[in-house]
Design a protein around this ligand. Structure first.
Ligand code: MG
Length: 367
């Protein structure tokens, strides 16, 4: 399939409520979208880099620059390219996994649309719907947190994830567990603990958590292994897992017994499938994380999360949890589950009016 032109489109989607982390609060989601124009039709990709480099070093402005000046020119120069060859074509550029993942997603979408085949089928999906979990941000008080969790459970979400850090861990976890004895519950530390703070995490062991996600810094696999030896709750890694190679290393070191897979973080959907496969071979459960994706990225995540090794609920919510207006037809969970798209490629595409309204800038690049 020959790529004839690449459109880079900046979009800005207002959020239903501010996205609050310990590092920042944002009221809108800025993204770079990729639209490929090929001799076989078009394909869409979404770069999931966030506004600021707080989750990983990648962020939207830098990803856009990398796409514009380094990645898209390589794809255009390659002429005919298949989805499985994109990572190799872009390989001479170091880093920028989320920007690379957007291009691979667009190539896969274009070729699968042309072939009339769904992304889910291409990746090896075995289920038709995915259990939805919800990540609950920092709340102003324990009371507000309990109300928020109750609201999500009423909406049917099948797993609750709480953000924790030293000083805000035992109290919220104990309160949620006391009020909701049977709910599937897990926590995410985003690397906030030092290894010698493991007793704070061991204190969460009595609350029957599914897992504690990314307890220590992303590059500290030995530290994660130390924490995993010290606590009873399974350790899951997110930011640490940047490739199939790091996943294999983490498993060999005993640094985790669960893996969070985000296609953007690992450079694309096909690397995500390789991580899934090696985890399945090691009997390590995986689940699909979320990056405030628009409907495009959400569709891709659903296709991935339908693979057999994704045995834990995904951080995949309905569109309305995030955006008053999404780019695509909104995803609506039914009984806490989202249907995996079955149409060709991603199975969804931006709606023209919504796309126009949410677009900030567009640039068309040709060979
Ligand atoms: Mg995480």
């Amino acid at each position: 399939m020959r790529v004839e032109a690449v459109e880079l489109r900046r979009v800005r989607l207002p959020l239903v409520r501010p996205f609050v982390t310990t590092a920042a609060a944002t009221t809108a989601r800025s993204s770079v979208l990729v639209r490929l124009l090929t001799d076989g039709g078009e394909g869409w990709g979404e770069c999931v880099a966030l506004d600021a480099p707080h989750y990983t070093s990648e962020y939207v402005e830098a990803a856009h620059h990398a796409l514009r000046h380094h990645l898209v020119p390589r794809l255009l120069a390659a002429g005919a390219v298949a989805g499985e060859a994109v990572a190799q074509v872009l390989g001479p550029v170091q880093g920028h996994p989320m920007a690379k993942a957007a291009l691979e997603m667009a190539v896969l979408d274009a070729e699968l649309r042309a072939a009339g085949r769904s992304l889910a089928a291409r990746l090896g999906a075995t289920r038709t719907e995915v259990d939805c979990g919800v990540a609950v941000g920092e709340a102003p008080s324990v009371g507000a947190l309990l109300d928020e969790v109750a609201g999500y459970l009423d909406q049917g979400y099948r797993r609750i994830k709480l953000k924790v850090h030293p000083g805000a861990d035992l109290e919220p976890v104990a309160a949620v567990r006391a009020r909701f004895a049977d709910v599937a519950l897990q926590v995410d530390a985003n690397g906030a603990y030092s290894v010698d703070q493991w007793p704070l995490l061991a204190a969460l062991d009595p609350f029957d958590l599914l897992l504690v996600e990314q307890p220590v810094a992303a590059d500290d696999l030995l530290g994660a292994a130390e924490v995993a030896r010290r606590i009873r709750t399974p350790v899951c890694l997110d930011e640490s897992i940047t490739s199939a190679a790091t996943a294999a290393t983490a498993l060999a070191l005993g640094a985790c017994s669960v893996v969070n897979i985000k296609p953007g973080r690992v450079g694309g959907l096909l690397e995500a499938v390789r991580i899934h496969d090696l985890c399945v071979a090691a009997a390590v459960p995986v689940w699909c994380g979320g990056m405030l994706e628009t409907g495009l990225g959400r569709a891709a995540n659903l296709a991935l999360a339908a693979l057999p090794g994704f045995t834990l609920p995904a951080d995949l919510s309905g569109s309305a949890r995030y955006f008053p207006l999404d780019l695509t037809e909104p995803f609506v969970p039914v009984d806490g589950r989202l249907a995996v798209p079955t149409g060709p490629g991603l199975g969804v595409a931006p709606l023209p009016e919504e796309l126009e309204e949410l677009t900030v800038s567009v640039e068309l690049l040709r060979p």
